[in-house]
Ligand binder design. Structure first.
Ligand code: GDP
Length: 406
């Protein structure tokens, strides 16, 4: 009987022990999750995923986290609408610039233009305001115009017109003289030209613009700036780096393109410019781009060499369709030399528009008149500085106003 009682007691103790163990182990399981974040370094995942409870199996080897490490993710998890923590892990997208709108650029740059053109407009006004307009004064007026590169024939025309009109005026108030000179200069610069850069093709393909000019005139820079002008106007652009003669030209152009998100098609240094130009248009068509701008090399080694090279580029590009615009880039500071270049290029390709660069650096704005006369083609754009948005559509009124000053 005693033995029986003893056996029952032993059995009861055993069952109690098992039951206690179960309670302990189950309590352990329940307690683990809340303990994990504060007491054990279980969260090794990036802070974006602070799922504290689930996979919190304690692993002793892992290092203890600092308070900030523990607290920060929790704070972020508590404010799910602010996903700030994720941002630094996203690779930074290449920065694409938004170029300035082109409308009114010339007006914005007018101060720069006026500063550089002082001697022409203000000089003329001062001379015309003299009490006695004698022959010496008219000669000085003529000289001022010639010095500003207006050219012999246009100068003569203007002086004749001014003489006539001043005679009719009688009294010459400063206001009269200003508006008279403004009118006559406007006539000289020409208000009837179509100065729009043609970037739209008649077909369902991109407009193709070829940029030509002697190296150093600012041709590549102008091509880059023009890409920005087009992008500012909402067009998509592909650039063709067909100036394979100057080593840095393709890099330079590509940098311009990257700044506004335009792709540059380029080839090996010294490669065939025509095939690069061809590929650029092909790429433009494939991409469905609005405009393809082709920068070319302007080696004036011999006229035949230039003719061969540019002629070939033009022919090859025209296998895709006709060129919409051929822009000749001229450096306004080179005066007569620039005019000579214009003549040579005009013999080689059909120039449809002129870009006068570096107008900010010369008082010889008269070249606008001279070169238009020479080629019978309008100045469409002017460069007024080295800044990326210092290329402006040419507007005769704003130009003449800048010449005369306020
Ligand atoms: P390219 O050899 O004809 O392609 O000439 P680049 O485009 O390399 O330009 C030659 C230099 O002229 C560069 O230093 C340009 O920054 C500078 N340039 C271009 N256009 C202008 C402009 O309108 N004004 C001024 N001040 N500099 C210009």
């Amino acid at each position: 009987m005693d033995i029986l009682i003893l056996a029952v007691v032993i059995a009861l103790v055993a069952v109690g022990a098992v039951a206690t163990g179960l309670v302990v182990s189950s309590r352990k399981k329940k307690q683990l999750p809340p303990a994990a974040p504060s007491s054990t370094p279980t969260i090794t995942a990036p802070p974006a995923e602070p799922q504290v409870g689930e996979d919190a199996a304690p692993t002793v080897e892992e290092p203890r986290r600092t308070i900030e490490e523990v607290v920060l993710p929790e704070a972020e998890a508590a404010a799910p609408e602010a996903p700030v923590a994720v941002e630094p892990e996203v690779p930074a997208a290449p920065e694409i610039e938004v170029p300035e709108p082109t409308a009114g650029r010339l007006v914005r740059l007018r101060a720069r233009l006026a500063r550089s053109q002082n001697s022409l407009g203000k000089g003329l006004l001062t001379l015309l305001s003299r009490e006695h307009l004698d022959e010496d004064t008219w000669e000085e007026i003529e000289e001022t115009l010639l010095t500003a590169d207006v050219g012999v024939k246009p100068t003569q025309e203007l002086v004749d017109r001014l003489r006539e009109r001043v005679k009719v005026l009688g009294t010459r108030t400063p206001q009269d003289l200003r508006s008279l000179l403004r009118e006559e200069l406007l006539t000289l610069v020409g208000t009837d030209f179509d100065r729009v850069v043609k970037t739209e093709s008649a077909a369902d393909t991109p407009g193709v613009v070829m940029v030509v000019g002697v190296n150093g005139t600012g041709k590549t820079t102008t091509t880059g700036k023009l890409a920005r002008v087009l992008v500012a106007d909402g067009r998509s652009v592909v650039l063709g780096a067909a100036d394979t003669f100057r080593a840095a030209a393709a890099d330079q152009l590509q940098t311009w393109g990257e700044r506004v998100g335009a792709r540059t098609v380029r080839g090996p240094e010294g490669g065939d410019p025509a095939s690069i130009a061809f590929d650029a248009v092909k790429e433009g068509i494939a991409e469905g781009a609005d405009v393809v701008l082709i920068d070319t090399a302007g080696r004036l080694h011999t006229k035949t060499g230039l003719m061969d090279e540019l002629g070939k580029v033009k022919r090859v590009v025209e296998k895709h369709g006709p060129l919409d615009e051929v822009l000749l880039v001229l450096d306004a500071t080179t005066g007569q030399n620039g005019l000579m270049q214009a003549r040579v290029f005009a013999e080689v390709v059909d120039i449809t528009g002129i870009v006068l660069t570096k107008l900010d650096g010369t008082a010889k704005g008269g070249i606008v008149v001279a070169v238009q006369r020479e080629l019978g083609v309008p100045v469409k754009l002017v460069g007024l500085g080295e800044g990326p948005d210092d290329l402006a559509p040419f507007e005769p009124e704003a130009f003449v106003d800048a010449l005369i000053g306020d």
